[in-house]
Structure formats: C-alpha cells, structure tokens
Design a protein around this ligand. Sequence first.
Ligand SMILES: NC(=O)c1ccc[n+]([C@@H]2O[C@H](COP(=O)([O-])OP(=O)(O)OC[C@H]3O[C@@H](n4cnc5c(N)ncnc54)[C@H](OP(=O)(O)O)[C@@H]3O)[C@@H](O)[C@H]2O)c1
Length: 246
Amino acid sequence: MIKGYKAKPDLLRDRIILVTGAGDGIGRTASLTYARHGATVILLGRTVAKLETLYDEIIGAGFPEPGIVPMDLATDSAADIQELVEVISDKYGRLDGLLHNAAILGERVPFETCDLDQWSRVMQVNFNSVFKLTRLLLPLLKLSASASIIFTSSGVGAKPRAYWGAYSVSKYAMEGLAKLLADELENTSNIHVNILNPGATRTSMRAAAVPGEDPQTLKTPEDLMGLYLYLMGPDSATENGKTFNA
Ligand SMILES: NC(=O)c1ccc[n+]([C@@H]2O[C@H](COP(=O)([O-])OP(=O)(O)OC[C@H]3O[C@@H](n4cnc5c(N)ncnc54)[C@H](OP(=O)(O)O)[C@@H]3O)[C@@H](O)[C@H]2O)c1
C-alpha cells in the first residue's frame, strides 16, 4: 500500500462484501467503513443483537442496506453455508469481497496442558470455517469483475509463538490456505487474495490476550481502515499473495 492511502468516498460503490464477525471489534468498524464507501455489506456473526444494532446504524447513516446472517462458525455445517450461498446468489447474483475476520482467542497455556475440546473449537472457528466459507463462496466470487479475499492473521500466525496454542496454529494454517489460493487464482481469475495482520488493536480480544495493558496506548480499529479499504477495493487489484501488516 502507498503510505497515507486515501480512499475515494465511493471506492466500494455497488460492491457486495461479506464480513465475518461483523458485530464487534475490527469487523464492526470494517463493515461500517465499507458501507460508508458505498458497499452493500453482508454482516455475518453469532450475536444477532449486535448485528441488528449495526444494521440500524448503517441504515440511519443513509448507507446501502446491509444483509444480516446469523451464523455461529463454531457449529455451522456445510449445508448452512450452502444455504447462505443460495441466498446471496438469489439476492445479489455475485460476491465482490470476503473479509475473513471472525476469530476466537482460546486458551493460552503450555501445549502439554491444552484442553482438547478447546483446541478443536478454536481450529473450527479460526480455520475450518474459513476454509469452508471460502470453498463454497468461490463460485460467487468468480462472478465478480474484480473480487478481493482478505484473510485476517496475526503476528503469531506468521511465526507461531510459545503458549499461544491453537490460536497461533489456526492463523498459521490460515496463512497457508491464503497463499495456496493466491497461487491457484493468480492469472486464472479476477480474484486477489491477501493476508492482513492488524497488529495490537483496541478490542475485547486484545484486552483478553493482554489483560494488564492500557488500551489507550493501542491503535483503534478506525486507525486501520485505510489498509482495510485499500485491500478490499480496486486500487489493490494487482496485489496477490502478500501479507500486509497494519
Ligand atoms: N485486536 C487485536 O489486537 C488483533 C491482533 C491481531 C489479529 N487480530 C485478528 O483480528 C480479527 C478481529 O479481532 P478483534 O480484535 O476485532 O476481535 P473481537 O473484538 O473479539 O471480535 C471478534 C468478532 O468475531 C465474532 N466471532 C467470534 N466467534 C464467532 C463465531 N463462532 N461465529 C461467528 N462470529 C464469531 C465475534 O462475535 P461476538 O461479538 O458475537 O462475540 C466478534 O464480532 C481476528 O481475526 C483476530 O484474530 C486482532
């Protein structure tokens, strides 16, 4: 990204963008920001009340009407996602952007004491659901003139770190999936695929990960939005298979 990137106000006009984990944290701010720049945002999350509040905020601001998809990525089935694909196909006919944002932290303990069920749950939300959504939404992304898939990773995804457990491993696996896909789709599609590491950001996940930290010392989700817009919009159409650190 060019430093100081400034998105045009209508950068995402008429684009259909799905954001996972849209109800809170970075996903909430990204959804609102994409809507402000003209996108119709499909808000996917597990807490319906949060999605409804965001829906009202987007409508109240006069931005394009979003869609709401209540889905728990810890328990969703392939059939649930297939149903979502059909709904998007019927209503919008294509998908122009997919922001994989939802994730859970899980427990951070020495590997030899990690809980087996918790490990599986983190892998399910942070990796398996990302795989399933990408696999089943790909035909709709291929119908876009220019589509973007953003995989949200972490510093401990690029380089696994002691005691970060399944969170670190799930992000490492997700980065592998992103790179494989970027390689396959290069020159064969209009889809570009990149990895975004937001870095330490003022959200509830960060507060849970580093409880003693003063949140006021951290950047906010709003501070990240230049990069989120750049990677979602047409200005980054030639970027593929890269990692962007906020
Ligand atoms: N914040 C940081 O410092 C930081 C640093 C590096 C990477 N990241 C990454 O950035 C992304 C966003 O993190 P964040 O800090 O914004 O986290 P957050 O504030 O905890 O928000 C996470 C969002 O994901 C949703 N979610 C969690 N489990 C879900 C499930 N099973 N099904 C559907 N939605 C689910 C949450 O829904 P509910 O609101 O219903 O719980 C919430 O909306 C994550 O991928 C994270 O790994 C964050």
